[in-house]
Design a protein around this ligand. Structure first.
Ligand SMILES: [Zn+2]
Length: 1025
């Protein structure tokens, strides 16, 4: 373990110098601007349409109000994000741009020579393009075929130099798998594994080739034999790396209607990423390193563990056998059938033949884990963890049993397997993964100690509820292709909230869902967003589907639909859908068809298509003239250049409203369906105010015009309890969104927020804090000292009374925990004297006597963040981090460590996280985004990303959620042209190593919008504060 020697001293830091000079000259900006452009990414280069943002909502941890971006991103951890299996060996280790950097030292060429050079380049490029697009036959003796043969397919060149017999990233349908018989043997000495698989395939069309997926596997033997015969014939095989496909070329034509056994033997390294069949390790209480191997296949990494037809529609059964050493156990989707001693002294665990399922749901683990189990309604439920943490799994077991029971009832279809294992994996990039019968979790999303906070408990419960819902939505009924990923993820997200509201109402997850919708709308208002159902082809595009659009927007439109139907009808429709499509694959239309069977009142297909096939969401503008209200809808699009026309966008909006004459009872809510561009509504003359989108159950924003806003602001100031807290929070969210769009002034926003001096409910307070703190952080990064100080004073002024009222003792209510952790987190970060004093004293007492002094878990991060600012605080917290076995506590410690103002410590943290010894590499995105929030570290975090990009994308796949977090998290607080140029320049230079990522588009767009916001509002803000 690498120690951090230089931290023990309490040296005065060069930080003051850095700060001062930044405020005066903005050296970060100036220096960056000095760098010559390398590969500027022009606005025109940014292809927005079919790509998306990749953000999800977390909203569950403490003190996250300064983490608008991070909250979303890190929620992948709990929502079961998945991964892509880019073949690491295909990536280049060296930066192809090293030469460019060296070139910067050269003298600057004259304008004339530049012009001449540019002309030469244009000519060369033009000739190259012409040659490239000419058919290859142009320069051959044979010449080209005649025009009537011009439809000939162009086959790619396989790795052996021959033509690869398939021309698409999607597999052919000529052959499909029925059953896999798979044997694997990992070796923790060589860190390799060997495997053999016999795939029973049926032939749908005569063919000589079987094309399937394989990535990073060294295939030593391949043969094929008709089912029923026993003399396999060797087959040739070739590989096309870019598509991760292999083709077995059979000696004879495979005949339509017949079945064959395709046998392959192979070996590979256990992956050192988080995808495929990967290795992981942990240290036990004695400090001994223990190894394990686990899998993560969704979406495209089963092919890294065995050759297979790795698309969700190719469902098959699996018989899995694992050879292991005596000291380990093995787990897979199905119950273990038997164990036998095989050659080499290994034990072979043979599992039952599986149900029919997609490859991405296959899983196996070899480890020395221990478990606790309980039988419930015919299913043996077990939770596994490393032996030292077995005392933290009880909550997960109880929760899983209760939720399993709920889902069995709700779906009216029992969980189909005899066992269900939930496993805590020490190295696990995302929150959890719903592998059928063998759900895998990151330790933070499943382990729970009594000393953890209710918010931690909520996190664990949500993760379990989400993954259990997938056992039906996703596993039993699976989307046909990744373009409809939302059918899996939107539904599981929706069900996680619904099930917990029913079974664990005290966890109050409705507030989480509300906050998640706000954040998802923030992302969906960008041009880089995408429709819920989006065509995807490449591996990166598949991976990028795992974002807030698929998860939260998908869940939100289901909520909107459920609110438009009755609760009972909705459930019947869902049950219909599951029973009509079980064990099969579906598209969105299939869901609408099943739901349409229950009612003819609404054309569900038409209604829902307007939400799934268009990106973004509508803004409804209300104009009142006496009793007449005119409603108009338009696309809510945050755009700096109006480059994307969206005037034709039209949604079918179930538009709900309440007004001053009736607002408290549920019967007060009126609903109209807004299908056209505009509509008219009449209200009685005496109505003083109208609030649309009641309780924010619809995925749209509302603009009330100047008068309408004024009426609502008066209401908030005089009697805010006339509206539900959801409605108050949604007014806050809407008005900040409208200010970003330029529809309302910042004065109007501050006019509304002034009511917050009387607000005590958690959602409105946390939403306002998040929005205001976001502005504060932007101002801070611009070095606008005076304005930043006034903004801070304004925010603290709004919440002064509430801050003073917070207790620092154990708190029973989760809503109160969330409120105070957010509020005090912000207050202490603003150096609020009383907050800092309380936190400091708690920290000092805790460090003196950790066994006797406990810090309320929801306040830990705040207390640690204050504590590390004192002389030995950082060192002692690092020591505590290294020795703690409680993951929830460790995460708070790590965030506090990353909030240091000492840049040397921050650099050490980033390097240590990347090399993975003291801090697991899976924490790097969290470390980087936390550091980026603070003034002292944000430029260093960005610099670190640039310098280490090649290493980072070896560990986290391009398109992955982690990469998204890193890209957006380290750039989202830039708001200058120089930084925009710098970010475009860097990512533009990456070419196929990241320049086309949606997250890059989102980062660029976010900076552009930040600049626009500053231009629009700085002056008005400085007058208003
Ligand atoms: Zn999921």
């Amino acid at each position: 373990m690498e120690s951090f020697q230089s931290l023990s001293e309490c040296a005065s830091l060069p930080r003051n110098m850095i700060e001062n000079s930044m405020f005066e000259e903005e050296p970060d900006v100036v220096d960056l601007a000095k760098e010559p452009p390398m590969y500027p990414l022009e606005p025109d280069d940014v292809v927005y349409e079919p790509r998306s943002s990749r953000l999800l909502v977390r909203g569950l941890g403490e003190n996250e109000l300064d983490e608008e971006e991070e909250d979303y991103e890190s929620s992948a951890r709990l929502l079961g994000m998945s991964f892509m299996n880019r073949n690491a060996s295909l990536r280049s280790n060296s930066s192809p741009y090293g030469g460019q950097a060296a070139g910067r030292a050269c003298s600057f060429p004259s304008a004339r020579s530049l012009l001449v050079g540019a002309c030469v380049l244009v000519v060369i490029a033009s000739v190259s393009v012409v040659i490239y697009f000419l058919p290859k036959c142009t320069f051959t003796k044979e010449g080209c075929h005649k025009a009537n043969q011009s439809m000939t397919l162009i086959y790619p060149i396989a790795s052996n130099g021959q033509l690869f017999p398939w021309t698409s990233m999607r597999l052919p349908r000529a052959v499909s798998p029925i059953h896999y018989d798979l044997t694997l043997q990992p070796n923790f000495t060589t860190m390799k594994f060997t495997g053999s698989v016999t795939i029973t395939v049926k032939v749908n069309e005569d063919t000589k080739n079987v094309v399937l997926h394989s990535s990073g596997l060294v295939i030593s033997k391949i043969s094929i034999v008709p089912v029923g015969e026993n003399q396999p014939k060797p087959a040739q095989y070739m590989e096309y790396h870019p598509w991760q496909q292999i083709a077995a070329q059979c000696p004879e034509t495979l005949q339509k209607g017949k079945s064959y056994h395709l046998k392959l033997e192979y070996s590979a390294n256990l992956s050192d990423s988080y995808y495929g069949f990967y290795k992981s390790s942990y240290r036990n209480k004695d400090g001994e390193q223990r190894w394990l191997a686990a899998t993560q296949f969704e979406p495209l990494a089963a092919r890294m563990a065995f050759p297979c037809f790795d698309e969700p529609a190719f469902k098959a059964t699996f018989l899995i056998k694992i050879n292991r050493d005596k000291e380990y156990i093995s787990l897979s989707n199905m119950p273990k059938n038997k164990t036998t001693l095989v050659s080499g002294g290994f034990y072979q665990d043979v599992f039952d033949k599986s149900v029919t399922m997609s490859t991405y749901l296959v899983a196996f683990i070899v480890a020395d884990f221990k478990n606790i189990s309980m039988e419930a309604n015919g299913t043996l439920v077990s939770v596994y963890a490393v032996p030292d943490k077995l005392d933290q799994v009880n909550h997960a077991l109880e929760t899983a049993i209760k939720l399993l029971d709920f889902y069995n009832c709700y779906f009216q279809m029992p969980y189909p397997l005899q066992k269900l294992d939930l496993v805590a994996i020490p190295d696990f990039q995302d929150g959890a993964m719903e592998n059928w019968g063998l759900i895998t979790f990151q330790e933070t999303t499943i382990l729970y100690e009594n000393t953890s906070s209710l918010l931690d408990k909520q996190l664990v419960t949500i993760a379990i509820a989400h993954e259990l819902a997938h056992q039906w939505f996703g596993n039993l009924v699976t989307m046909e292709w990744w373009n409809d990923l939302w059918l899996n993820e939107g539904f599981a997200t929706f069900m996680e909230y619904m099930s917990i509201e029913r079974i664990f109402p005290d966890l109050n997850v409705g507030d989480n869902f509300l906050a998640a919708r706000f954040r998802a709308m923030g992302k969906d208002s960008l041009n880089s967003s995408h429709p819920i159902t989006t065509p995807v082809a490449t591996a990166e595009q598949v991976e990028e589907m795992f974002d807030s659009v698929s998860y939260v927007k998908g869940a939100s439109i289901l909520l909107m639909l459920k609110s438009s139907l009755s609760e009972e009808h909705f459930q019947i429709g869902v049950v219909n859908y599951l029973s009509q499509h079980k064990n099969a694959n579906t598209q969105s239309e299939d869901l609408w068809a099943s739901l349409s069977q229950i009612t003819e009142m609404v054309n569900i297909t038409e209604l829902m298509k307007s939400w799934t096939l268009q990106k973004g969401f509508p803004l409804v503008t209300v104009t009142r003239n006496g009793t007449k209200m005119t409603l108009q809808q338009e696309h809510f699009l945050l755009s700096v250049d109006n480059s994307s026309s969206s005037s034709s966008y039209l949604w079918q909006i179930p538009l709900t409203s309440i007004n001053s004459s009736c607002s408290n009872a549920s019967s007060c809510k009126s609903v109209i369906m807004l299908k056209e561009q505009s509509a008219t509504l009449y209200v009685p003359e005496e109505v003083q105010w109208v609030k649309f989108n009641v309780d924010m159950e619809g995925f749209y924003m509302v603009h009330y015009g100047e008068d309408g806003w004024s009426d609502l602001i008066i209401l908030l100031k005089n009697n805010h309890l006339a509206l539900s807290y959801q409605d108050r929070a949604s007014l806050i969210s809407d008005i900040f969104g409208l200010a970003r769009l330029g529809k309302v002034s910042i004065q109007q926003v501050l006019n509304l927020t002034s009511y917050l001096v009387n607000e005590t409910s958690t959602p409105p307070v946390t939403e306002a804090l998040l929005q205001l703190n976001h502005i504060y952080r932007l101002l801070e990064k611009r070095g606008l000292l005076q304005l930043t100080a006034r903004m801070k004073a304004y925010i603290l002024g709004l919440f002064e009374k509430l801050i003073a009222n917070q207790s620092w003792n154990e708190e029973e209510s989760i809503t109160q925990q969330k409120l105070r952790s957010s509020l005090l987190g912000v207050a202490c970060s603003y150096s609020h004297p009383k907050c800092v004093e309380k936190a400091k004293n708690l920290f000092l007492n805790w460090t003196k006597s950790p066994a006797n002094v406990s810090i309320p878990a929801d306040l830990m991060r705040t207390v640690f963040t204050v504590g590390i600012q004192h002389c030995d605080g950082w060192d002692s917290l690092l020591q505590a981090y290294s020795s703690s076995q409680l993951e929830a506590e460790r995460e708070k410690m790590l965030q506090a460590l990353a909030s240091s103002t000492d840049v040397r410590k921050l650099i050490w943290l980033m390097q240590t996280s990347l090399n993975g010894e003291v801090i697991r590499t899976q924490e790097l995105p969290l470390v980087l985004t936390t550091i980026s929030k603070n003034f002292e570290g944000h430029l260093y975090a960005w610099g670190f990303v640039k310098e280490n990009w090649d290493k980072i994308i070896k560990k986290f796949n391009l398109g992955s959620f982690a990469i998204h977090n890193i890209v957006v998290g380290t750039t989202s607080q830039f708001s200058t042209q120089a930084h925009l140029f710098e970010v475009k320049n860097f990512f533009g230079s990456l070419k196929d190593k990241g320049s086309q990522l949606r997250s890059v588009q989102e980062a660029v767009e976010t900076i552009q919008l930040n600049i626009q916001w500053m231009d629009r509002n700085l002056e008005a803000l400085s007058h208003s504060l």
